[in-house]
Design a protein around this ligand. Structure first.
Ligand code: ADP
Ligand code: ZN
Length: 606
């Protein structure tokens, strides 16, 4: 019975044809009054897992959300669907706050979004005592983990809410939680009586490309050229300075680009984020400070001009593309210098040695992803304990890399490292192998080493490539205490002694990767689609809301393709529920048919 109402709400309120993935299982479980933890990738539709039960069960659902911008967006989107929702957070005036609380206590709200610190205030707790909520939804539940980078101490105290209403189901949701974090969430949010739903990590609509940096600007430009006109994108850089420079450069190239980093004051950051949200800014150039609150569903690409520090970070940052499920691209440039810079930063931090060691290992896994000759998606998913077939939607699948037997060459490289005392960097070692004498070598007594000049078969660039890949595969490591010299790891000896073979990737030359099959743009636009976009933008501006809360791109694409000719046909488009049909149905019908020729009958009559 309850499932029936859930389905009706899915069709009528949200305008969707069916549930996706685990949604139905989770919703049934919650409707049965049980607790749950849901770990599903970004864009897989977690919000529906609590929004639908909120509309089925009696009472108001309390949604704990740490991000004010995100909260605001969700509330706006729900209101567009005709759902009574509101938010309580620090941006409200006391009068506005009182008004929201009144609506809540009078039983007029179906969903109330609350910031954690607000939820723990005495005022809120007092009021909560007097009501019976439908459900507690705890969004971004990984914030409860002390070891994660998003730790929110208030999350630890949320149990005060639950103890007040132990019979009310609790649903914790997150896109990022390794098994350890999952255990912490279950324990700290007292979910052990419930179930954990794991949705896998794959983001099938993302196309992964990772390139060695040769000419950064050209590579970036080529990537941007193949993106749809006006597409929203995020460009990540490591430093504030590079963010500023890149934003300037992109502006000169004709993009509406803005910077975002922790060096900008709060107001500027908020303004830039807002502009991005409403498509006034097209490209956000940012450090990782631009993070959790990014809830824009139609980000079509994420480009990393610098390497992040782990696969987790890479997954999270690239995960901001394509939340609406439409094809999107993610692109990263990397080089050995990136890892040296990152290692330096890690070295300078005040973390305990064990953490530093863990960070180094994580960085190396990411380098391994960069240097792999296998499907990127496979390597990525395996890292998270998940799996897939070669995906056909990443650069190594689309353009397989050549690999070569580098066992002997690697032995020469390792021998050069060993015989020079594990103190020197790539430049020096390459010169030594190629027999290029530089004054330091004579002083160091290295000109007479047996390794001197044994590597003339490779160019300087190729030696750089070999060393870089040896680091990525864990056969060498960068010693940060020793000024970035290369040193042995536990695996080096076996390779040096010939107990192991090594295949390396042949670096694509800049020109070659340029001629790489220009990838088709993610989706073809059309004059009609553009017109629908304009219509949407106009409506959004009138109401001061982001365009995607009116309709998502996928809904506009479907309209442009099916050209519905009546309200009834419009109702069958995914994303058009009853409320939006009433509000916007006519306007979009008109936009679709404004150029239609009069029918034959009309001709005859006139
Ligand atoms: P998450 O919170 O997991 O990142 P969202 O809840 O924002 O994901 O949903 C991602 C996108 O998928 C949204 O555009 C949402 O409207 C859409 N969506 C969710 N569930 C369905 C469904 N059953 N059918 C069609 N679209 C859906
Ligand atoms: Zn692949």
């Amino acid at each position: 019975m309850q499932l029936q109402s859930a389905q009706t709400i899915l069709h009528e309120t949200f305008g969707y044809a069916g549930f996706r993935g685990l949604q139905q299982d989770v919703i049934e479980h919650v409707l049965a009054g049980q607790h749950a933890l849901v770990v599903m990738p970004t864009g897989s539709g977690k919000s529906l897992c609590y929004q639908i039960p909120a509309l089925v069960r009696a009472g108001c659902t309390i949604v704990i959300s740490p991000l004010i911008a995100l909260m605001h967006d969700q509330v706006t989107a729900l209101q567009q669907l005709g759902v009574a929702a509101a938010a309580l957070n620090s941006t409200l005036s006391p009068a506005q706050q009182a008004e929201v609380e009144r609506q809540w206590l009078d039983g007029h709200l179906r969903l109330l979004y609350v910031a954690p610190e607000r939820a723990l205030s005495n005022g809120f707790l007092n009021r909560l005592e007097g009501v019976s909520p439908a459900l507690f939804a705890i969004d971004e539940a990984h914030c409860v983990s002390q070891w994660g980078h998003d730790f929110r101490p208030e999350y630890l105290q949320l149990t005060r809410l639950f103890e007040m209403h132990p019979q009310v189901p609790r649903l914790a949701l997150t896109a990022t939680a390794d098994p350890q974090t999952q255990r912490e969430i279950v324990e700290r949010l007292q979910l052990s009586a419930g179930r954990t739903f794991l949705g896998g990590f794959d983001r099938p609509n993302l196309r992964y490309t990772i390139q060695l940096r040769h000419q950064e600007k050209q590579q970036a430009q080529r990537f941007l050229e193949r993106q749809p006109t006006d597409a929203s994108g995020i460009v990540y850089c490591l430093s504030r300075r590079k963010v500023e420079e890149t934003a300037q450069w992109l502006s000169l190239q004709g993009f509406r680009a803005l910077p975002y980093h922790a060096g900008l004051d709060n107001a500027t950051r908020q303004l830039h984020q807002r502009k991005f949200q409403i498509n006034e800014c097209q490209v956000m150039v940012a450090t990782i400070a631009f993070g959790m609150g990014v809830d824009k569903p139609d980000v079509r690409y994420v480009m990393h001009l610098d390497m992040p520090k782990s696969i987790e970070a890479y997954y999270q940052e690239t995960g901001r593309a394509g939340r609406d499920g439409l094809p999107s691209e993610v692109f990263m440039l990397y080089g050995l210098n990136d890892s040296v810079t990152l290692l330096q930063m890690m070295e300078q931090s005040h973390s305990p040695p064990a953490i530093k060691q863990l960070e180094r290992l994580k960085l190396r896994s990411l380098l391994g992803l960069c240097e792999t000759v296998r499907c990127r998606r496979q390597v990525l998913l395996e890292y998270f304990g998940d799996a897939c077939e070669p995906c056909g939607n990443c650069d190594t699948c689309l353009q397989p890399v050549e690999s070569w037997d580098a066992t002997v060459v690697a032995q020469k490289a390792l021998s050069a490292v060993y015989r020079t005392g594990q103190r020197f960097g790539v430049g020096y070692l390459s010169q030594l192998l190629r027999g290029q004498l530089e004054p330091r070598m004579r002083t160091n007594g290295h000109a007479n080493l047996p390794t001197f000049g044994v590597g003339k078969e490779l160019s300087d660039k190729e030696w750089h490539s070999v060393f870089r890949q040896l680091v990525a595969h864990g056969f060498l490591e960068v010693n940060m205490e020793g000024h970035g010299g290369l040193q042995f790891t536990q695996s080096s000896a076996a390779l040096l002694k010939g107990q192991e073979k090594l295949q390396l990737r042949r670096d694509l030359q800049a020109s070659k990767s340029a001629s790489a099959k220009a990838l088709a743009p993610v989706r073809q636009s059309s004059p009609l689609f553009e017109r629908l976009r304009e219509t949407r933008l106009r409506l959004a501006k009138e109401q001061g809301v982001p365009p995607y809360v009116i309709f998502h791109d996928s809904t506009l694409y479907e309209m442009a393709e099916k050209k519905p000719s009546s309200l009834d046909a419009m109702r069958r488009i995914s994303g058009v529920g009853e409320s939006k049909l009433g509000r916007y149905g006519e306007t979009f019908l008109q936009a679709i048919h404004q150029d239609d020729l009069p029918s034959e009958g009309d001709w005859i009559q006139s």
